[in-house]
Design a protein around this ligand. Structure first.
Ligand code: MN
Length: 229
C-alpha cells in the first residue's frame, strides 16, 4: 500500500458547463504577445518578434471565481482577458494538422499580472513568475467541451471594468492560431491530458483597483463578473 510522507495536495480542477464532471489540470502554459495590437501597446513589434510562452501554476486557476483578491507587493495589477484551451491528450512534436485532435474544450480566463513586478524582472533579464504565477492569478469560467461547442476560430473577446469597455478583440486576430500553439509547444515540452493553454490577450490591458468589477467574456464560450477585493 502506498503511503505519503505528507498529505497529498489536492489536484487542481476546472468545472465543466452543464456537467458534474471536473477537468483535472496538469500544467498551464500562457502565450505572450499573441495579438498584434497588444504587442504594440507593450512596446514590441509583432512583425519582428514571435509570440512566446511562460507558465502559471495549475493551482493559480480559480474556476467560477466571483472575487479576485488584490495580490501582495504590487501597486499595478493588470487584467488580461484570454481564451483558454484544455487538452485531452498530448505528445511531442505534434503536427499542426493533428493538433486539434488533442483539444478537449475551451473556457475564458484572466491572466492577472503584477505589471510592476513583471517590469522589474524584464528589465533585470529575470524570469516572470513573481509577476504572473501568484495565488488566484488566473480566475476562469467553467470549460465548454469541444464536442458541443466545436472549435471557435472567431468571436468577440472583451473586458469591461466598472461597465467601461477596456479590452476588445477577436479570436481571429491571434497571431499564432491554436493548432500552431499546440504544435510549437509540443516541440519544447511533452504535452499531456490536463494541460491548459491561455491563448494571449487583445490590446487594452490596464490596472484594476480594489472595488472594481471586471466583466468579460469570449463570444460563444463564456462570461464572468469578478470583483477586485
Ligand atoms: Mn497574458
Amino acid at each position: 500500500m502506498t503511503t505519503f510522507a505528507i498529505t497529498p495536495p489536492a489536484t487542481p480542477t476546472l468545472s465543466v458547463t452543464d456537467s458534474d464532471d471536473l477537468f483535472p489540470v496538469r500544467r498551464v502554459y500562457c502565450v505572450g504577445r499573441n495579438y498584434a495590437a497588444h504587442a504594440i501597446e507593450m512596446g514590441h513589434d509583432p512583425d519582428r518578434e514571435d509570440p512566446f510562452f511562460f507558465q502559471k501554476n495549475p493551482d493559480n486557476l480559480v474556476c467560477g471565481a466571483t472575487q479576485f483578491p488584490y495580490p501582495a507587493q504590487s501597486a499595478d495589477v493588470h487584467h488580461e482577458i484570454e481564451m483558454i484551451v484544455a487538452l485531452q491528450s498530448g505528445g511531442t512534436d505534434i503536427a499542426i494538422a493533428d493538433s486539434m485532435n488533442h483539444v478537449w474544450g475551451y473556457g475564458v480566463g484572466l491572466d492577472m499580472t503584477r505589471r510592476d513586478l513583471q517590469g522589474q524582472m524584464k528589465k533585470a533579464g529575470r524570469p516572470w513568475e513573481i509577476g504572473k504565477a501568484f495565488e488566484d492569478s488566473a480566475p476562469c469560467t467553467p470549460l465548454v467541451p469541444a464536442s458541443t461547442l466545436g472549435h471557435p476560430e472567431a468571436g468577440l473577446v472583451w473586458l469591461d471594468v466598472n461597465g467601461v469597455r477596456k479590452q476588445e478583440g477577436d479570436l481571429n486576430q491571434m497571431i499564432w492560431k491554436i493548432p500552431e500553439m499546440i504544435s510549437y509547444l509540443s516541440g519544447l515540452f511533452e504535452l499531456a491530458a490536463g494541460d491548459v493553454i491561455m491563448t494571449g490577450t487583445p490590446s487594452g490591458v490596464g490596472p484594476v483597483e480594489r472595488g472594481d468589477t471586471m466583466t468579460g467574456g469570449v463570444e460563444g464560450v463564456g462570461e464572468f463578473s469578478i470583483k477586485v477585493v
